[in-house]
Ligand binder design. Sequence first.
Ligand SMILES: NC(=O)C1=CN([C@@H]2O[C@H](COP(=O)(O)OP(=O)(O)OC[C@H]3O[C@@H](n4cnc5c(N)ncnc54)[C@H](O)[C@@H]3O)[C@@H](O)[C@H]2O)C=CC1
Ligand SMILES: O=C(O)C(=O)COP(=O)(O)O
Length: 528
Amino acid sequence: MFKVLVSDPISDLGIQQLVDAEDVTVDRVTGLSEAELIAIIPQYDALLVRSQTKVTPAIMKAGERLKVIGRAGVGVDNIDLEAATQSGIIVINAPDGNTITTCEHAFAMMMALARHIPQAYAKTISGQWDRKFLGVELRNKKLGVLGMGRIGSEVAKRAKAFGMDILGYDPFLTEERAEKMGVQLATVDYIVRHADFITVHTPLTPETKHMIASPQFEVMKKGMRIINCARGGIIDEKALIEAIDQGIVAGAAFDVFEQEPPQPDHPFLNHPNIIVTPHLGASTVEAQENVAIDVSEQVLHILRDEPFKNAVNMPPVAAGVMSKLQPYFGLGEKIGSIAAQINQAAIKGIQIDYAGDLSEVDTQPLTRYILKGVLARHFGSDVNIVNSMHLAKTRDVHVAVSSAPARKGFMNLITITLQTSSGDTLIAGTLLNGYGERIVQINKFPVDIAPEGHLIVISHTDKPGIIGNVGTLLGRNDVNIASMQVGRQVVGGEAIMVLTVDKAVPEYVLEELTQLPELKTAQEITLA
Ligand SMILES: NC(=O)C1=CN([C@@H]2O[C@H](COP(=O)(O)OP(=O)(O)OC[C@H]3O[C@@H](n4cnc5c(N)ncnc54)[C@H](O)[C@@H]3O)[C@@H](O)[C@H]2O)C=CC1
Ligand SMILES: O=C(O)C(=O)COP(=O)(O)O
């Protein structure tokens, strides 16, 4: 039974599929301190959060069973991604579910800002009929959009309907796409100098932190207005107050703060020219259901070892690609494991070659499984597909991948060469239609082995009588042989024998095998 902890207020309807799942139990406990979360997290397989819960390295370290952290929303700045990757925890988010809602909030803030709606409302309900609030139209104004991703693009679309001219900047915005959207591609500098309104829709990164600060405010158009419904810290809060005091900025609308919640004496609170909301951008019935449904679905997939999407600490893979690759994951992991069990010396590098059908897809997720198989001998259950690349890198294991359409006699072929301090070991495997996983080459010897259970790999000289001797010795020791494969390149030369046996072979039996004439090495390989 999988246990899921929901530690922030997440839509009931959205997580219903988790609640209904027979193999899952869901606990909801919100408002926990870090220490409280550390105390209970060891029992959980998944943690679901919004932006309140700060998922620190200490929480992840305590989460011995934690396989996935699901963020019911976009921004994952409350989750320590580096620590998650190191701990092998998958972090997923729900990037699409709150786009429109947040865009509409930004738009509502822009309109409220243009017409002083919050200030006028406050006056009116306090009994004062004050008609001095003079607004501005949006029509014919220049709107600068910094960050033209999902939300920024939707804001631009709506702003066009209001007759605004859009200046857009995003490192990924091409001239063609901008033109298609009716947006003028511009630099940040151009935007800050010319825009009447600026709205930011980027994540908070070292690059975007204070991307609007004193140097930008100094050159802004006098009387401009600025909106932040993305992340606190993209606009320098102190510099903004100064720019308002200097009459450069006429007004600002903020949904997010450098520190949330802001201190009661924060200069934005009660400032006549600044309107604020408490990080409500994503807070609609629709968005909360959407993000919770999306994240619950992926959490279920991850818990059940099924293909999933929206991982934040793993490169994105299209769903179609994932379903093509899925059948190879087990084979890849076993090939890696066989290589690492045959050659137990210090690993320097791993060469992975994909051939045939596999050359047509992005094999990156498969590479992670192969690395997991290789590294499991050293890291045990601490390695998984989230951290296998990372662990290889931190251990200076160089991973090289190549792919070629040539079929080499097989429709698909995975070949790995484990480069170690005592030489190279090559293992190749394929997925045979109707026959499943097969190992087809060990070093220079062609073989045909189903990679499962217990195998004994013997290297010997191709001489008559050896097979009989091996069989007799194993029989004497009560080791039953299920299948046997012999590979050689030339008659009487070096040869390999691979036996599938029904149970683990005691160490002394392997020892005895190596005492047989013409037999060089005997190793046991165990596969799950
Ligand atoms: N207030 C709220 O409740 C909500 C806030 N957000 C925040 O809104 C922001 C945008 O979300 P989405 O549009 O869904 O993300 P997105 O990933 O679709 O778009 C972000 C865009 O920012 C661009 N970008 C990155 N660095 C940049 C830079 N230095 N200058 C200009 N552009 C840059 C990226 O290329 C990307 O296109 C995120 O920070 C997210 O956390 C999202 C949902 C709700
Ligand atoms: O999705 C995002 O990035 C948000 O900022 C929304 O945050 P929330 O889930 O409302 O705490």
